[in-house]
Design a protein around this ligand. Sequence first.
Ligand code: NAD
Ligand code: UDP
Length: 337
Amino acid sequence: MRVMLTGGAGYIGSHTAAALAARGHQVVIFDNFANAERDVPARLERLTGQKMPVIEADIRDVPAVVAALREYPVDAVIHFAALKAVGESEADPLLYYDMNIIGTIRLLQAMQQAGVARIVFSSSATVYGQPDSSPILEDFPTRVENIYGRTKLVMEDLIRDLARTGKLAAAANLRYFNPVGAHPSALIGETPRGVPNNLMPYVTQVATGARPHLNVFGNDYATPDGTGVRDYIHVVDLAEAHALALEHIVANNVSITVNLGTGEGTSVLQLVQAFETATGRKIPLVIAPRRPGDVSSYYANPALAEATFGWRAKLNVEDMCRDSWRWQASRAGINDV
Ligand code: NAD
Ligand code: UDP
């Protein structure tokens, strides 16, 4: 297939581009490079041997999207392009409504004009809000707890509505748990701007010496060691899931909403331990107050993805730590990996 990836130069998009290429698909990257590095397409070419066309434009620019889809007729779109910071979404709701919700509407309009009727969408486990329990199944109630989460839920609903009314032939809403890690080649990975909000990028920056210690946000949760539990998923596994989900919905003309996680809960302290084991680097810790809005424990039941399109995560937390570190170390010019 030929597939257009909105946000294809970003963190998850670039890994999915590599996964698609490895499965013999052609990739077209559509990205405004607002949160991506310029050399990602060149790095992808080194990694995959595929020269992927790049359209530098905004998904809200309908004529630009239509022109791209006419120049490169595609079988489907995978839609990553969005803003994703919870704090920023609360500070500037209209920015998030515009980029995420209006952006998705414009993209869907352009796809309709160009006759492209299949989409895979980056949703998030954030749509479950504070769940009553874990593991989380897809039919658990959705709850909006912040503006970012609201935009993800609205984007999912738009796509489900178009699929239900026959305007889309096939659609997959993929609810990611906590993506971490990087391609083992260290050619692509995540480059957060400024101080990382998320645990793994913060840990890797402590390991490089860029930050003195990790603040552990709370050790009095009702979890085995008191620290927050999440379902970390290696971005390489996540990328593979996109390829399999896409192939499934296209082959069967169906629409699905599916969790993508490992099904394993890992605490902050367990992740730090795994990182130290995988890398031999010590991570100094300071116990800090709970972070407002944090859920204590949160992990997927990923059985539906396996039953539907035969995917399950293969890589474990140590793999995630090793590959995150390999990427961060190579960026920092550290050569011990
Ligand atoms: P990212 O910021 O690395 O990638 C997004 C890409 O989209 C960037 O390359 C950016 O330049 C591009 N982009 C943003 N707005 C655009 C626009 N208006 N037009 C064109 N391009 C635009 O983020 P990511 O971590 O790869 O996330 C990808 C998707 O997955 C997002 O939709 C995000 O909400 C979702 N998601 C991410 C996570 C996570 O933890 N990373 C978790 C759940 C869901
Ligand atoms: N966390 C932490 N210190 C940090 C960043 C995160 O202790 O500097 C904790 C956080 O409280 C949560 C877990 O690590 O329990 C995962 O946080 P992250 O922001 O990566 O994911 P999210 O909370 O959005 O699922």
